[in-house]
Write a protein that binds this ligand. Structure first.
Ligand SMILES: Nc1nc2c(ncn2[C@@H]2O[C@H](COP(=O)(O)OP(=O)(O)OP(=O)(O)O)[C@@H](O)[C@H]2O)c(=O)[nH]1
Ligand SMILES: [Mg+2]
Length: 286
């Protein structure tokens, strides 16, 4: 018998969804940062085994929409809820849950899709007093194997091997997307306050030659003063971000990479539909 299906990974921003997806898949699928609202797109991470294929859908953290990018992110969440066999709702155990979150969970549970509540970050002091089905730490790995078994067991059963992806795949995203996200992750971890949230990446050239891959990318930011911060004195920041991203790109591509970065200002892009679309935040497919 084979088990194949989809699991939606939901929760507030910064709950640890992407970290868990990476831990379950065993590969780096989704970028992680200590800042909320890191994930913008639904990102698929695939757990492959002899007799199972569990497709995890990492989603943006649930928050109130302030601009069109936020709306795009929440549309991704709704699309994930509608299309999966099971939902895991992640709660950061080191924080107290608020009334709004409790109500959201109740609403989710009253839907058609089964929901598992997973308390995470149990390596930190506990502050969450609500009910949960599993508790884990993605950092130490505690409880992750038990959750994985449960997810596999809960997937629909079939006598034929009806895997959706080739077993070699661990994500549905292209290497180009992974590199763009890795560059965004470096920016998220490098800069503070409002700079990271206004950053988007546009890869304008991706030339895979036999010996080298040439990549050119624009780092889009919202204000001129952000541009200065991103570049740094004498280009020191941009150089370091570029170096780190190039190392990652060389690892995933398995060859030398020439990476050129440019910083551009596009004021208000997070609220501009046409700019959002240009940057790859297209309408969500169901
Ligand atoms: N101590 C501890 N930290 C964790 C754990 N899981 C995640 N984190 C940290 O929590 C922060 C947020 O993790 P993410 O995986 O980016 O959270 P997310 O839910 O995907 O966040 P958004 O994409 O913004 O919605 C990062 O700094 C992680 O390193 C855990 O089990 N223990
Ligand atoms: Mg995330």
């Amino acid at each position: 018998m084979y088990r194949t299906g989809y699991v939606g990974v939901l929760g507030k921003p910064n709950a640890g969804k992407s970290t868990l997806v990476n831990a379950l898949v065993g590969e780096k699928v989704a970028i992680v940062s200590s800042k909320p609202q890191t994930t913008r797109d639904n990102i698929i991470g695939i757990m492959n085994g002899e007799n199972y294929q569990v497709i995890l859908v990492d989603t943006p953290g649930i928050h109130h929409s302030k601009n069109k990018l936020d709306k795009y992110m929440m549309k991704n969440v709704r699309s994930a809820i509608g299309g999966v066999d099971e939902i895991i709702y992640l709660i950061d155990g080191s924080k107290q849950s608020d009334q709004e979150e409790k109500e959201y969970i109740e609403k989710l549970k009253s839907g058609e899709t089964p929901v598992l509540i997973v308390k995470t970050k149990i390596d930190k002091p506990n502050k969450f007093d609500g009910p949960y089905d599993y508790q884990i730490s993605s950092l130490t790995g505690e409880g992750v194997a038990a959750l994985k078994e449960r997810l596999i067991d809960d997937m629909p059963e079939s006598e034929i091997k009806n895997f959706i992806y080739d077993s070699d795949y661990y994500t549905d995203k292209s290497i180009k997307f992974l590199i763009a996200e890795s560059l965004r992750e470096e920016c998220l971890n490098f800069f503070r306050e409002e700079v990271p949230h206004g950053i988007a990446i546009d890869i304008t050239r991706f030339d895979e030659k036999s010996e080298i891959t040439i990549i050119e990318a624009d780092i889009i930011c919202e204000h001129l003063r952000h541009k200065g911060i991103i570049i740094g004195k004498g280009g020191v920041n941009l150089k370091e971000i570029g170096r780190r991203t190039r190392c990652y790109a060389e690892e995933v591509l398995g060859q030398k990479v020439l990476l050129k970065l440019f910083v551009k200002v596009e004021e208000g892009w997070r609220d501009n539909q046409a700019q959002l679309r240009n940057l790859g935040y297209k309408d969500v497919k169901r």
